[in-house]
Design a protein around this ligand. Structure first.
Ligand code: KG4
Ligand code: ZN
Length: 334
């Protein structure tokens, strides 16, 4: 069979990214322009600013991705793009660029789900076996997804309030770190010798859902209590306590979900999959329970277009193409 080359585009939040992926798992290029420095000044992503930055970068990023891949555009098999979920204005920039290219080059267009992308990031370095369970932890999502076969997604648990990454970013802010604060909290937590005891939200027995807003509030209250007592050196213990609480619940629920389904693999993914503490704790627990665990390398955890190319390849194999009426779907479900 002929090789498949997919040019993928991702602009759902604050990264402008384009990649060329061969046969669903060989990364020929993966160019990412981060807007973090721009949004830092505002303490979070400003949607309107994100859209404008995407517009400024998209052409260069596309050119760079095609050039680095070293294949002529005529040789591309399809153009893939994140259609949702995400910020509508940000998604639109990628979609417009992908549509224009698909039209100009006369190639099929493949609208791709952002979370399917995070999950299939694992395919870039490992073979995914079915049925499997995905633990999706990002800035906007915290979900347990059972995949009975390729391309099938069954949501068995989700956050009822904040996503893990969102909780990390809010806690980081309270501790005085810039946006996005997840990596700072991770580092501080890993270095701390002391632990502040903080609550865990298990919810009803048997539930695979998550809740992190109570924990977040507990952190904010504890920070205030320390401040009122005039204490200064409390940040590491809070970071450690917060991280331990998050990790314990995520690991416990994911491992239980594996035990109670026929899943043969656990896939970790999303921006928070870059968390050192989570990677270590989940690896250790899965080793003990003899659960095969896949975790993408760091570059494929946070938003990138390579993962969109990996997910789009499955649609390409099945001839599932979109037409030029493809729309941005800010709250697209899996
Ligand atoms: O997947 P992603 O790049 O964007 C979304 O689709 O949301 O995830 C970004 C999130 C941010 O909240 C960021 O703070 C968090 O991932 N993050 C981390 C770490 N690296 C990134 N959270 C905890 N520890 C980390 N090392
Ligand atoms: Zn993401």
């Amino acid at each position: 069979p002929q090789d498949c080359y997919i040019l993928a585009v991702e602009t759902s939040c604050d990264e402008t990214s384009a990649a060329v992926i061969k046969n669903g798992n060989v990364v020929l290029s993966n160019v990412i322009a981060s807007q973090i420095e721009t949004h830092k000044a505002f303490g979070g992503v400003v949607p309107e600013v994100a859209s404008r930055k995407h517009v400024e970068s998209i052409t260069l990023i596309l050119e760079e991705a095609i050039q680095q891949a070293g294949i002529p555009p005529e040789k591309l098999s399809a153009i893939a793009v994140t259609e949702g979920p995400g910020l509508v204005g940000a998604l639109l920039v990628g979609i417009m660029a992908a549509k224009s290219l698909a039209f100009a080059l006369d190639k099929p267009l493949i609208g791709t789900h952002h979370i399917a992308g995070h999950i299939y990031a694992n395919q870039l370095t490992n073979e995914i076996l079915y049925p499997c369970m995905a633990l999706v932890v990002s800035g906007g999502h915290t979900e347990l997804v059972l995949m009975e076969k390729e391309g099938s997604f069954k949501l068995i648990g989700r956050t009822r309030d904040d996503a893990v990454g969102e909780a990390y970013d809010k806690v980081a802010r309270a501790l005085g770190f810039p946006y996005p604060g997840g990596p700072y909290v991770d580092k501080l937590a890993c270095e701390s010798e002391e632990v502040e005891t903080l609550p865990r939200a298990w919810l009803e027995p048997g539930s695979y859902d998550f809740s992190f807003s109570g924990l977040k509030s507990a952190v904010l209250n504890t920070v205030n209590q320390h401040r009122m007592r005039g204490e200064n050196e409390f940040h590491p213990a809070i970071a450690r306590g917060f991280q331990e609480s998050v990790i314990e619940v995520l690991v416990e629920k994911a491992v239980r979900a594996i035990g109670e389904t026929s899943a043969v693999q656990l896939l970790l993914c999303g921006g928070v999959a870059a968390n050192r503490g989570l990677r270590a704790a989940l690896s250790e627990r899965c080793q003990k329970e003899e659960i095969p665990l896949l975790i993408p390398p760091l570059v494929y955890c946070t938003d990138n277009a390579a993962m969109i190319g990996a997910a789009a390849y499955l649609k390409w194999k099945n001839g599932e193409f979109s037409d030029l009426a493809l729309k941005a779907e800010p709250s697209l479900s899996l």
